[in-house]
Design a binder for this molecule. Sequence first.
Ligand code: NAD
Length: 260
Amino acid sequence: MLKNRNAIITGSTSGIGRGIALKLAEKGARVMINGFGEQAEIEALLDELQKRSGQPALYSPADMTKPQEIEDMVRVAETEFGSVDILVNNAGIQFVSPVEEFPIDKWDAIIAVNLNSAFHTIRAALPDMKSRGQGRIVNVASAHSKAASPFKSAYVAAKHGVVGLTKTVALEVAELGITVNAISPGYVLTPLVAAQIPATAKTRGITEEEVKRDVLLAAQPTKRFIEVDDIAETVAYLCSDAAKGITGANISIDGGWTAK
Ligand code: NAD
């Protein structure tokens, strides 16, 4: 389904991005992964990607807070693969705090990774997509692109922002064979979510089990965490030819959270 397609997935050494990379490889794409992590784990993931796709896989250590590194990442993928057909902006970080105590460096980092990096990757990858009249951009937003939660001001602002970016770029390239969409997952039990459980417990003065039950899954009518594979399948579909009519959308995968 994605044979002869070349993909970059930012923040794909862990969690949702990792699942998306594996899925796109399974569908035949050449994949460049990105993110932080242990070298041995990254090499094992590259091996697995190559096994699934039967194609070479690449790793970029680009830091998504650094515009020049982001541009270099895109150029390396274009040079090594010949083109970038699929760009998945997935890298993301989180921090929870009441707004008046929100550390300024944490605010800046969240906006840089969760919002600005998507601008920088799109800016770098779009000219070649335009010249070839084909491309798929998927921005991993969040249910927090549609609804807020207390103590997540930077994350909610960034995720609302990335949907604005998605819609704007979708309109700019609508006639050029390029689609630009956002997906908005509810809670997935990845390292990002696991890491915020102790902080939320502390901020709210409740136990970690109570955070899972009464804070996280309270938002999700299905009362189940979303699975990485549910998200990866949706991204693979959006990257397929069959999804050519879907652009500028923000697709919820949130167990009914934002239906309320
Ligand atoms: P995760 O912590 O498991 O993975 C985050 C990835 O981003 C890692 O590969 C990490 O190395 C990378 N990363 C972080 N900072 C980076 C930087 N400066 N430069 C390059 N890479 C960087 O998180 P996850 O839960 O898989 O989240 C992935 C995306 O999904 C994020 O955008 C997140 O906001 C979004 N999301 C997650 C959930 C959830 O419940 N887990 C829900 C909705 C949306």
